[in-house]
Design a protein. Structure first.
Ligand code: FAD
Length: 405
């Protein structure tokens, strides 16, 4: 068994393969020269805690030894020979496989070269990126974030919490356009503004340049922003080059079926790189979410060992900003929602289908309250129970009580 990509999904898969009973050779190939670590803290705790915490390792060297995993860290898989069933890796070796898992993740989108170049423009994906960013967001320093998505807003929250100033430049008319309903995006914007972040929506950048020690970001309406560090958080692209070159089917991610098998029955994919059909939403999804990577790794490992498990996990995502949390269960459709107003503790939105069954829920507010609402919403989505909008909207109703129907 060979796993390419030593991130969340790859590390989870080698563990699940051994725990699932695989006793033969097990190989983990990762282009980063480090043990697998978790990425979510990189835009949160790592930027604010004093002293900075070390990388939160998913697998230690001891655990890898215990699992009898042969590792190639700091080495990239360069090509796959599907007829010989080998993976060629940098440094020259050809690694044979019986089953192969591609867990290559995603890479941050960068700004087009027409905007110019400057030294202090960073994307945030790796621990090394976070080390550079942390060094720049000192008290009194100026950070400009390009992109009002999750990573950009978490960086903004971390920067102002450390006493840096921060401007968020968002090209769209509002924040978090891709995954978060407008009502919550407005609440989140308010929370950032209260903390002193300047949010500029419909911002169209024409140029980024360096002058003296500073980076200048110039908008088409001639506004100029000065920064010690510019962080670009405008989404990520799945890492599919390896799969594409091997002739696997690729369409916004490595195309897999409901068992996470790619267009070659000996190759599987999991995590941010994978486009999979979700039975509940009846369409393909590609999720860039921590729990999805973890859970898909477990399904893929089981199926590599011959099971035929369908991956129908309810998507779940969280983001922490200030002392608040944003959590989403399911995929929020573009339609009116039932609002549950929990006063200062937060707001939760519920989405029902034409049959009054819950398909998604999302909330923003205090962790204890929002986490509970979303946790029970996940169960309600999975159980396909019919629900009353009035009960969902009633803040005095305990959401757990709906589970009994
Ligand atoms: C800063 C940040 C904050 C985040 N915060 C949250 C959050 O709050 N909540 C949430 O749900 N999700 C969050 N995420 C997303 C979450 O971390 C990802 O969804 C998860 O890491 C995906 O795991 P993965 O294994 O698919 O990819 P990755 O963890 O990216 O791992 C892929 C690995 O494969 C390697 N690789 C790629 N190509 C090759 C190759 N050819 N050969 C060898 N190795 C290769 C890469 O170098 C990388 O190490 C965050 C992500 C980032 C970057």
């Amino acid at each position: 068994m060979v796993v390419v990509g030593a991130g969340e999904a790859g590390a989870g898969a080698v563990t699940a393969l051994r725990e699932g009973g695989w006793t033969g050779p097990l190989v983990l190939i990762g282009s980063e020269d480090s043990l697998p670590y978790e990425r979510p803290p990189l835009s949160k705790a790592f930027l604010v805690e004093e002293p900075p915490p070390g990388p939160r390792q998913i697998l230690t060297s001891e655990r890898l030894r215990e699992l009898r995993v042969t590792t190639f860290f700091g080495r990239s898989a360069l090509s796959i020979d599907r007829s010989r069933r080998t993976v060629k890796i940098s440094g020259g070796a050809n690694v044979p496989y019986e089953r192969l898992l591609l867990a290559t993740g995603a890479s941050p989108r960068t700004l087009p070269p027409k905007y110019g170049s400057a030294q202090n423009v960073l994307t945030l994906r790796t621990h090394d990126d976070a080390v550079r960013l942390r060094a720049a967001i000192k008290p009194g320093s100026k950070t400009v974030v390009v992109g009002g998505g999750f990573i950009g807003l978490e960086v903004a929250s971390s920067a102002v919490s450390r006493g840096a100033s921060c401007v968020v430049l968002e090209a769209g008319p509002r924040l978090l356009t891709r995954a978060v309903p407008e009502v919550l995006a407005r609440l989140i914007q308010g929370r950032h503004e209260e903390a002193g972040v300047q949010i500029v929506t419909s911002a169209s950048i024409t140029r980024i340049e360096e002058r003296a020690e500073q980076t200048l970001i110039i908008l088409d309406d001639a506004r100029v922003f000065y920064a010690d560090m510019v962080v670009v958080g405008i989404g990520a692209e799945p890492n599919v080059k390896l799969a594409e070159a091997a002739g696997l089917s690729v369409d916004n991610g490595i195309v897999v079926d409901e068992t996470l098998t790619a267009s070659d029955p000996n190759i599987f994919a999991a995590g941010d790189c994978c486009s999979f059909p979700h039975p509940l939403y009846e369409r393909r999804l590609r999720l860039e979410a921590w729990r999805n990577a973890r859970r898909q790794a477990i399904t893929a490992a089981a199926n590599m060992l011959g099971a035929h498990q369908i991956h129908d996990d309810i998507p779940w995502f969280w983001s922490d900003q200030y002392e608040e949390t944003l959590q989403i269960a399911g995929i929020c459709p573009d339609q009116p929602a039932v609002h549950r107003d929990l006063g200062p503790k937060g707001t939760v939105l519920f989405y029902l289908d034409h049959d009054s069954k819950l398909v998604a829920a999302c909330g923003f507010g205090s962790l204890g309250v929002v986490a509970k609402e979303i946790r029970f919403s996940e169960i309600l989505i999975a159980r396909r129970l019919k629900l009353s909008p009035a009960a969902l909207a009633d803040p005095t109703m305990n959401i757990k009580s709906l589970l009994v129907g």
